[in-house]
Design a protein around this ligand. Sequence first.
Ligand code: B3K
Ligand code: ZN
Length: 901
Amino acid sequence: MRDAQPKTIFLKDYQAPAFLIDDTQLRFELDEELTRVRSRLTMRRNPLYAEHANVPLVLDGQEMLLESVMIDGHILGADAYRVDDDTLTIDKLPKAVDDNGAAFILECVTQIKPQDNTSLEGLYKSKKMFCTQCEAEGFRKITYYLDRPDVMSKFTTCVVADEARYPLLLSNGNAIERGKEEGGRHFVKWEDPFRKPCYLFALVAGDLVCVEDHFKTCSGREIVLQIFVESKDRDKCAHAMESLKNAMAWDEKVFGREYDLDIFMIVAVDDFNMGAMENKGLNIFNTSCVLANPATTTDAGFQRVEGVVAHEYFHNWSGNRVTCRDWFQLSLKEGFTVFRDCEFSSDMGSRTVKRIDDVSFLRTAQFAEDAGPMAHSVRPDSYMEISNFYTLTIYEKGAEVVRMIQELVGPQAFRKGSDLYFDRHDGQAVTTEDFVKAMEEASGVDLTQFRLWYSQAGTPKIKASGNYDEQNKTYTLSVEQSCPATPDQAVKQPFHIPMRMGLIDRKGHEIALTLQGEAERGPLERVLNISQQREEFVFIGVTDAPVPSLFRGFSAPIKLSFDYDRNDLIYLMTHDSDGFNRWNAAQLLTVGVMTDMLGDYQAGRSLVLDQRVITAFEATLESCVEKMRTGVEQDKEMVAQLLALPSEAYLSELAEEIDVAGIHAVREHLADVLGKTLASKFATLYDLNNKAEPYRADATGIARRALKNTCLGYLMRTHNAHWLEACQEQFDNADNMTDVSAALRLLVNCAMPEAEEVRESALASFYHKWQHEALVVDQWFSIQATSTLPGALERVRTLMQHPAFSVKNPNKVRALIGAFCGQNALHFHDISGAGYEFLGDRIIQLNALNPQIASRLVTPLTRWKKYDSKRQALMRAQLQRIAKEKTLSKDVYEVVAKSLK
Ligand code: B3K
Ligand code: ZN
């Protein structure tokens, strides 16, 4: 716990480290009561350190007990060093160090108590296993060190523990020695030949089984792949292993990156603050991101495992071989690696659907972050607690920035730029600037103005309009950009924005895009460079008034407003050659119609529905049925996406002031009408896709189940007993978790009186069947926490008392508390304020146990400005109550203080 006013760290204050650590030798003596860590660091002054020499040696260290310090074999007396809550300072070093830059050996012995570490940062225990999480600044809870990513060292780690309890002892690199020690203890010594910052250090000790496989690299090297899990989970590793091998092959083919060590290990742990961690050669995973099998895991779960396994593997180059100079550069590795894992998943499944999923997420969650009090640029200027900056902006928007570079320079130059970046900076700790420079040099494209994407926060808005001149056969596209103020950034410069676009004529053909002044006939699709505040693009030789298709594939993370006629949107839904924009047209249509209905709702009128939405849905359903009957190939997941209504979260993000009840009512009404009006078509499609074929987690199977369950969702809205029975039947008999949990979710949200009994018995039998599978129980919690039926908060409170719930396990907290507060807007924002108070209590409770998780939970309260005055006051009151806590962690303090500003 910290004092109430943590200090702010600024990028502009960056200085190279005063000391370097060339070699790190660690010995861990693990035990139940007390763990002893012995470190032996070979250090020297950094010749590149800017300030005058002879500054004291200041090492980071927290929450540990220092037993002894030695320099070059001499024990330091108590007056030779100082220790406070965060540092160990040694003022005087041997003369040779200061006079001629000689190296010296610093040895420390410290004590820690991993069993009491509930923050899950540093060395801690998850169930009976010891494990570590060091990024960003967890290593300083393990031993005194220069805990910053630009200090890279060669690590040798000896792990010692009781052999019976901890037969498995792992660390980074290769095992070079093993043996016995007295008292039934044994040791394994690991050596990592690659220099690395300490945030990539890892250690695991436990009793786990190993699933092993091999991969032959492009240069013919044989790599051992190992996944370590509890023995009951041995049958849930195949998908992660397959994903790992696919990722390794893909990175060789697409980015020319080969794996470097001879062994790659993944360990699954139950208690983990996030998804996974890319420690060199020893990735540590949340069980939720590695375990998968059809009976326990949904299709979304399978896809997440594939994506996260790939993401962590890809970090071996984008993050580990080339790392970050300081934490302001976090997006250098995270944005780039998210881009890489998205590309990978796109190649493994449906590219368009992957893009739709990613953009939907970005436009709801990241855009909301960009509009809130924690808004920051992709390369932030300052932070109090770096853990608070593992954000959607750093990750998802960071990936969009990399994607835009690819749009601007083209795929070949992008690959050249990436090769140059990796080759030039291999083994270094660098900056986003180094990345952009490599891209610039390889492509010859000037990215000067583009760099603003790294320094300016906020989501740019583009207002576009089109004008067709029949006489001159020209089409003029006018665009105007702006960007709202964000904390500490009132005025923004215009961004350099790539707009991939096309023009479609009334016969459904793409028009050649020739700009005024160009001699040659242009291509059918092109990327325009928007760089001014106001700009016009004049296309010539346009023989017919076109419908524009703008920002294809969402070529830039912006908010577009273009005054489309609804008939034109319907036209784009079927005629746009860009799959993403076909879907986006459907979204724009339904959003427009729902916005009108919300106006009706707020004025107390009965809701008037533009019938064209029904016709458009009907056409989508009919075309899909027709294709299925005639055996024409189609992407059914794309159909499911076209049939999905914009989420309440997205509608909330679009709103000036969020009308929680209104948005819910309108969306429900539209879904009900669609379900009832098109019931027979949904039924046909449900039946056609409800095949009793064996489960496969492949693209075809995933798509079929997505479509089938979307149809069942609409059919449940008919309140016809037949569909309640069908839903129950699916719940009882499906052979896979996707279908079972979809059915359970529908039952848990079904307002039919007859559903109540079915629902309660389904929930009871589900728990009974899966009580020994923690990840399935998490789904059980979250399905209940997100129910829109009355009484959700009471249910959540009751479930917190359930024996399967534990506030110390982040997955459980996310499944129950996080899901209720973040995904159940209707009940969380109940006008009584009970939801807010509930969250306030949980944040205060978790602040003391796990500051990172507590701080994440604050997010829904940070958005208070978007609500009506009554809710604003209630939300602020909770933030103020939290702020008054005496021992507030830095993590929670920063978010709460910034939200109240
Ligand atoms: N690099 C880690 C995130 C660490 C978060 C620390 N609070 C996982 C990832 O992005 O791959
Ligand atoms: Zn990452």
